[in-house]
Ligand binder design. Sequence first.
Ligand code: SF4
Length: 472
Amino acid sequence: MYDIRGLNEECGIFGVWNHERASELTYIALHSLQHRGQEGAGIVCSNNDYLFGARGMGLLTEALTNDQLVSLRDFPHAIGHVRYATTGGSELSNVQPFLFKGHKGDLGLAHNGNLVNAISIRDALEDDGAIFQTSSDSEVLAHLIRKNKSRDRKQRIKTALKQLKGAFAYVILDEDSLTIAMDDHGVRPLMLGEVDGSYCVASETCAFTAIGAEYIRDVEPGELITLSDAGIDFDRYTDKEQPNMCSMEYIYFTRADSEFRHSSVYSIRKSLGRALAEETEVDADIVIGVPDSSLAAAKGFSEATGIKQEQGLLKNRYVGRTFTASGQEARERAVRMKLSPVRDVVEGKRIFVVDDSIVRGTTSRFIVKALRRAGAKEVHMGVSSPPLKNPCYYGIDVSTHAEIIASRKSNEEIRREIDADSLTYLSVGRMHDVYHSFGSRGQCDACFTGNYPIDIEEQLLPQEKDLKTKGV
Ligand code: SF4
């Protein structure tokens, strides 16, 4: 669903090569990745002869009809995509996977992430005669691949990928192969798995659980993996490698049962909660996690402090997609519909609320107010991530500077605005300590620190506010 706090994932991708139920597995996998995007979904399949696809707007169950799924049934290779738009408008032409037909063969493509030099590449390609079908940044790769004259398919893809800057996890399908590519910073997650002897790839391992696949390992920055009837080929498209996995994936976006480097996100979040406890000097009667993404951090906080964790807030899981919550009043109404305090649990208590992030402050303000109304004596707020201060250009729709409360206000000002008795954030240093303890090779923390690991193309900066309407 659209997130009322102003944080939205961009996309989820999946691919499988040589499986007799390829499209069915893709559908099931996309269903488990639905939290990464709800604006559109699609599947493109190959039968070694040609590519065929279906896509639609909305949740997966709305986007693809039974008839469409039946028409995809006999294809042994497939890629799929669920989308939340950060660049490109919200329209069917931007729903992936894209499918391009040409005399050199067909090409299907699905992308998670955001390219930061797509505007200049697109301008140059258009000046050279290219006609784009979509307003999505993802399409430039297809043009770059097609433009290359090399007879070697892998070389064409490598040369094209080298021209891209930004965050990308791509699955590229043609008649003979499925190519998996990760940018040299490895910003977005991508996992390799195996199902019934066939290789598959997914944004998160929860997709593997759903289809009964075994999780093999994370795809590494700069890696290029090709699946074909000849087997699996491991290669790189670049020698450069500077791991900067998105910190917000661990904190908020990824499902708690998914894994990074064979550690569950649940365990990582619990450790973030423990680290927050080490940096907090508050006494309380109970700890409450904001459902669902903060429950693991609240558990860690509770274990570290010995303060009992209770379910003091309930989440209504059936708030529909129609509540897109634009505008302050609508956002407040959406939070009220979504979260509700349990009076018996909170009445007369000093409460420590653990949340994973504060974007605009709307949710936090509502939570504090609702808990006080339900009889809480004190309401302290702890955030299991550092203050979120900067927009993201790498595939997460973290609002603009103007909407992010911590980019304008000090911690004390935020505390006053949300009316909490105290407010504690996790420090950047402790956050990194936690990630390193789980085997992280390097994290992007730009939305907390402003240190962007990949230079942003200048045209993107002034367009920060209207990327969604203009597209790339
Ligand atoms: S800026 Fe923040 S949300 Fe964007 S990739 Fe970096 S850590 Fe993730």
